[in-house]
Design a protein around this ligand. Structure first.
Ligand SMILES: Nc1ncnc2c1ncn2[C@@H]1O[C@H](COP(=O)(O)OP(=O)(O)OP(=O)(O)O)[C@@H](O)[C@H]1O
Ligand SMILES: CC(C)(CO)[C@@H](O)C(=O)NCCC(=O)O
Length: 316
């Protein structure tokens, strides 16, 4: 059997961090004040070197790829002599629980919206498409949150096909990490953005994955460019536990939080509970259902210690 490295060499161009950073080219080194403020608000631990070395070249690459697709659309319009509805360009971001998908998605949302060619960038997470808690309980899936069977895939595929068809107003359900449940009285309205970023564990899954089943189509059929954020499991587990400890002092102290009872735990107890959730749910889901989808991505971002990107792999 070919090793991971051999497969990567055949499929991807590999860039070490410093090589990738050089590809920023004409993208300005300095960020403007509004960009800086937004990025600081996304994650206070995010280093600005990470933005300039990794995310600015990435936003340049995506801008070029999206530009090529927009030009192709113009040719098609001319050929068909009609003006089809505006269809958003769809970028997906996959990867493990706690790898930093939503942080990466929000950085890209901010940077991509600075380009005048595509100023309106919306962001949706597939967490909202998890069945509501009561339904998960009914199906006996409380210990399988994040596994393929815990999502309403029909609803998710209907959502993304409406977006792709250019519908003017599409609603997405919202997930709350505080109530650990879908929000029942509010939805997110998506109104023909130039770009839609969709992030979630499951966005690269398809019918080749036994647990997903053979229903068709899949989210990946509607996606124009896919990104997988990758890291070693030992780091992922650590980041998951760190975030759990952070939540214990913050979000869990809210009485409405599903995990309110965890707010009283000491460091050692909280670490052991989080490690347990990782070992019984998120770790197995990573190995069974998420990591096997990695090499379908157009781009793989490989993270090392402290969330710093060590390598970027781009499909040839
Ligand atoms: N670039 C980064 N620099 C520093 N810390 C980061 C970075 N990206 C993510 N983190 C931290 O890692 C943890 C996980 O990040 P995030 O919530 O974005 O992950 P996720 O993949 O969206 O998780 P989930 O699937 O559970 O929603 C958080 O504590 C976040 O603050
Ligand atoms: C909502 C998901 C599935 C994905 O983000 C995840 O954060 C989750 O809740 N996993 C279940 C186990 C846990 O509580 O981490």
């Amino acid at each position: 059997m070919a090793s991971d490295n051999q497969i990567h060499n055949a499929l991807y161009l590999a860039f070490q961090r410093s090589q990738w950073a050089e590809l920023r080219e004409s993208v300005p080194l300095t960020l403007n004040e509004s960009e800086l403020t937004t990025l600081r608000g996304i994650n206070e631990k995010l280093s600005l070197d990470e933005v300039t070395d990794i995310y600015l070249p990435l936003s340049r690459l995506l801008n070029l790829i999206i530009g090529a697709k927009q030009k192709r659309g113009l040719v098609l319009n001319e050929f068909l002599s009609h003006k089809p509805p505006k269809r958003p360009y769809i970028i997906s971001i996959a990867g493990s629980v706690a790898v930093g998908k939503s942080t990466t998605a929000r950085i890209l949302q901010s940077l991509l919206s600075q380009w005048s060619e595509h100023p309106k960038v919306d962001l949706v997470t597939t967490d909202g498409f998890l069945y509501p808690l009561a339904e998960l309980k009914r199906r006996g899936l409380l210990q399988r949150k994040g596994f393929p069977e815990s999502y309403d895939m029909k609803m998710l595929v209907e959502f993304i096909s409406k977006i792709k068809a250019g519908d003017t107003n599409v609603q997405a359900p919202i997930y709350s990490h505080i109530s650990y449940n879908r929000v029942s009285d509010k939805t997110q309205s998506i109104q023909q953005p130039d770009i839609l970023i969709i992030e979630g564990l499951n966005v690269l899954q398809n019918g080749q994955d036994a647990a997903v089943g053979i229903q068709q189509p899949f989210v990946s059929d509607f996606v124009d460019f896919s990104i997988y954020v990758d890291a070693q499991e030992s780091l992922l587990k650590k980041w998951y536990i760190d975030r759990f400890l952070q939540f214990r002092g913050g979000a869990f102290s809210d009485e409405k939080s599903y995990f309110h009872h965890y707010s009283k735990l000491n460091d050692q107890e909280a670490t052991s509970i989080a490690a347990n959730i990782w070992d019984s749910i998120n770790g197995p889901n990573l190995k069974l259902n998420i990591e096997p989808t990695r090499d379908r991505a157009h781009l793989i971002l490989q993270k090392g210690e402290d969330h710093l990107m060590s390598q970027v792999l781009l499909r040839k």
